[in-house]
Design a binder for this molecule. Structure first.
Ligand SMILES: [Ca+2]
Length: 248
């Protein structure tokens, strides 16, 4: 699923988002569902059935989900006519091209869900989106990792620099970027992939990373403040942190 998300993120031309809160069956937890436009002729989905015409995008998504609660993963929507077609899982490549929407049907939207329990919420900016929870208290890096794990989440990662702008403004937050394994090579916690030199310049504040006392292997970043990233000692409870759940 993760690789599919990566593929999708590359073909999204713009985000068309609708947020709908659905109670979990029999529970108080909420799931935020969003529909993101998928462009390209090699993406499509099997049709579950026509939901109607004259609908708004939001209504289309709602009706698809209510009529096909276990199968609705895409919708095909024509913004001119309001024609709405429910679809199953997103297909790509030759299989996707074979079931790509035609112009009368409209455009393809894929559904993503953010488990919005425990303070998590869907956030988007430009072409980036995520399901995150920003703490209002500080923990050291290791405790933050565990806190996120306990929420079925992990520390926020931003392989694309613009994704950092999803972080709330006003505070530095610990994220999943460290040089614990190899000094001065900062890698993402989920993939082990290192940031490149351009990213590094955009990320770190002047003078950082400085690996003070040879002990600073964790990072924190404040969005909206330019290059504000710092390295710090992982065992110190200096910063708030952001957990991220996968959009599924
Ligand atoms: Ca270091």
């Amino acid at each position: 699923m993760f690789s599919l998300l990566l593929i999708i993120s590359r073909v999204i031309s713009c985000l068309e988002v609708l947020l709908v809160l659905f109670p979990h069956h029999g529970g108080a937890a909420l799931v935020q569902r969003t529909y993101t436009k998928v462009t390209g002729s090699s993406y499509g989905s099997d049709r579950l059935g026509s939901v109607g015409s004259g609908l708004s995008l939001s209504e289309c998504g709602l009706y698809c989900w209510s009529r096909y609660p276990n199968e609705c993963e895409t919708i095909i929507y024509n913004s001119a006519t309001g024609l709405c077609t429910a679809g199953s899982a997103l297909k790509s490549g030759a299989a996707g091209a074979a079931v790509a929407p035609n112009s009368a049907e409209g455009e393809l939207f894929a559904l993503f869900a953010c488990d919005a329990s425990n303070g998590f919420q869907y956030v988007s900016s430009g072409s980036e989106s995520a399901c995150i929870m920003a703490s209002n208290f500080t923990l050291n890096f290791y405790d933050a990792v565990q806190y996120c794990l306990n929420m079925d989440a992990s520390l926020f990662v931003a392989p694309v620099f613009e994704k950092l702008q999803l972080l709330p403004h006003g505070h530095r937050y610990t994220i999943g970027l460290t040089d614990i394994t190899t000094e001065n090579t900062f890698v993402w916690q989920d993939t082990g992939e290192a940031i490149n030199s351009k990213y590094r310049l955009q990320f770190f504040a002047p003078g950082d990373p400085n690996n003070a006392d040879g002990q600073e292997h964790c990072t924190a970043f404040e969005a909206g403040a330019g290059a504000s990233g710092v390295d710090y000692t992982c065992s110190l409870s200096m910063f708030r942190f952001v957990c991220e759940r996968p959009l599924v």
